[in-house]
Design a protein around this ligand. Structure first.
Ligand code: UD1
Length: 354
C-alpha cells in the first residue's frame, strides 16, 4: 500500500512543487491549507501536471487543534511535511505576535496529533536564516546558529528545537512505565533551505507573491513584465567580488526532490538519528548582480535596475555546504541557474497570459 504524506501548506509555492514530486514518486498525498497566502491556482496546476484530479484537499487552519486532530483521524498519515507558516521577514518584525501565534501553534498542533495518533515522521521546513551572519563559509549543519534577527527567523529556530525535543521525548517513551503518556514515536528531519527560486518547467505552478514582492526573483520577473518600474539592488558596497550580496539560489524543483528523498529516508527506516538536519542548497554562491545578468542573458532581455542603499537585516553572503544531504539523502541540486531563471520568467509570462 502506498504511504500517505500530509503536506500542510501544500497549496503554496514550495508545498505545491513538493506535492507534484511526491505524487510522481508514488506517494499518496493529502494537502491541507487555509489559503491565507495563496489561491487555488497552484493546486489546480498540480492536478494538471500530475494528471491526478482526485488529490485530497482539506481547507483548514493548522492552528485549529480540533481540525488537525480530525484530519489525523480521517486519514492514516505516515509522514507530515509542514509548510503551513507565515514567511514575510518584515511583516514579522511589525507583527511578532501574529507570527509567533501562527507559526508555533500550527506546528505544535501537528506534532501533538502526530504523537497521539500512533506516531509519525515529521519533516519541518526550516531556513538558512538560522545561521545568521557568518564569515565561515560555506555553512555546514554544524555551523553555530546565530540569534535570530526577526521573529520569522526566530520561529524557524524555535520550531527546530520543538521538533528536536518532541523526538527526544517520544523516543524515551518506549522505556516508560505502562500507563504513562506513551503514544507514538515521532521522528523528525529539519531541512534548512537556502534561497528557493524558479518555477516548475511546465509553467503551471510557481510563486504567487501578494503585493510588492520582498524576494529578489519575483521582483525581477515583475520588473521584466512591466508590473514594477525598476529593480533596486540593495547595496553594491559589500565585501564581495562585485560588491553585491551573495546567496545560494536553489531551484524549486530540486528543492522539492530533496523533500522526497528525506521522506523516503524516514519511511524506509534509514535515519541515523531520530532527529536530523540537512542543508538544502547548491554549494554555489551567486551575487545579486550575477543573478540579474544571468536572467537578462538567458531570457534575452534588458532589466531596468539601479543600485540602492543596503537593506537593513541583509547578511553579506551565505551559501551551503550540501555534502551531508548529497551523501545521506542521495540528493544533489541538478538544475542550472539559467534553466531556473528561464522557468521563473516562463511562469511570470504564464501569469500575465502571454
Ligand atoms: C529571505 C530570508 C530567508 C527566507 C527567504 C525566502 C532572512 C535574513 N532572509 O532571504 O529566511 O527563507 O527570504 O523568503 O530572513 N534583493 C535586492 N533587491 C530586491 C530584493 C532582494 O537587491 O528587491 C537582494 C537582497 O538584498 C539579497 C538578495 O537579493 O541580497 C536575496 O534577497 P531575498 O530574495 O529577499 O532573500 P534573502 O533576504 O536572502
Amino acid at each position: 500500500m502506498a504511504k500517505r504524506v500530509l503536506v500542510s501548506g501544500g497549496a503554496g509555492y514550495i508545498g505545491s512543487h513538493v506535492t507534484v514530486e511526491l505524487i510522481n514518486a508514488g506517494y499518496e498525498v493529502v494537502v491541507a491549507d487555509n489559503m491565507s497566502n495563496c489561491d487555488l491556482t497552484c493546486f489546480e496546476g498540480v492536478k494538471k501536471i500530475t494528471g491526478k484530479e482526485d488529490i485530497p484537499f482539506e481547507k483548514m487552519d493548522c492552528c485549529d487543534d480540533a481540525a488537525v486532530n480530525a484530519l489525523f483521524s480521517k486519514y492514516r498519515i505516515d509522514a507530515v511535511i509542514h509548510f503551513a507558516a507565515f514567511k514575510a521577514v518584515g511583516e514579522s518584525v511589525a507583527e511578532p505576535i501574529k507570527y509567533y501565534r501562527n507559526n508555533l501553534d500550527s506546528f505544535l498542533n501537528i506534532l501533538e496529533a502526530a504523537k497521539t495518533h500512533g506516531g509519525c515522521n515529521v519533516l519541518f521546513s526550516s531556513s538558512a536564516t538560522v545561521y545568521g551572519e557568518t564569515d565561515r563559509l560555506p555553512v555546514t549543519e554544524q555551523s553555530p546558529r546565530q540569534p535570530a534577527t526577526s521573529p520569522y527567523g526566530n520561529t524557524k529556530q524555535i520550531c527546530e528545537d520543538i521538533l528536536r525535543d518532541v523526538v527526544k521525548a517520544t523516543a524515551s517513551c518506549d522505556a516508560m512505565e505502562p500507563g504513562t503518556d506513551r503514544n507514538g514515536t515521532v521522528k523528525g528531519i529539519a531541512l534548512r533551505y537556502f534561497n528557493p527560486i524558479g518555477a516548475h518547467p511546465s509553467a503551471l505552478i510557481g510563486e504567487l507573491p501578494r503585493g510588492v514582492p520582498n524576494n529578489l526573483v519575483p521582483f525581477i520577473t515583475q520588473t521584466a513584465i512591466g508590473k514594477r518600474e525598476c529593480l533596486s539592488i540593495f547595496g553594491n558596497d559589500y565585501p564581495t567580488p562585485d560588491g553585491t550580496c551573495q546567496r545560494d539560489y536553489i531551484d524549486i524543483v530540486d528543492l522539492a526532490k530533496a523533500h522526497v528523498a528525506a521522506v523516503g529516508r524516514m519511511l524506509d527506516g534509514k535515519m541515523k538519528e531520530s532527529y536530523e538536519i540537512f542543508n538544502v542548497g547548491t554549494g554555489r554562491p551567486v551575487s545579486v548582480l550575477e543573478l540579474v545578468n544571468a536572467f537578462e542573458k538567458v531570457n534575452n532581455l534588458k532589466l531596468n535596475y539601479k543600485f540602492a542603499p543596503r537593506r537593513p537585516g541583509d547578511v553579506t553572503a551565505i551559501w551551503a555546504d550540501p555534502t551531508l544531504a548529497n551523501r545521506e539523502l542521495g540528493w544533489k541540486a541538478g538544475r542550472s541557474i539559467e534553466d531556473t531563471l528561464a522557468a521563473a520568467w516562463a511562469w511570470e509570462k504564464h501569469l500575465a497570459g502571454k
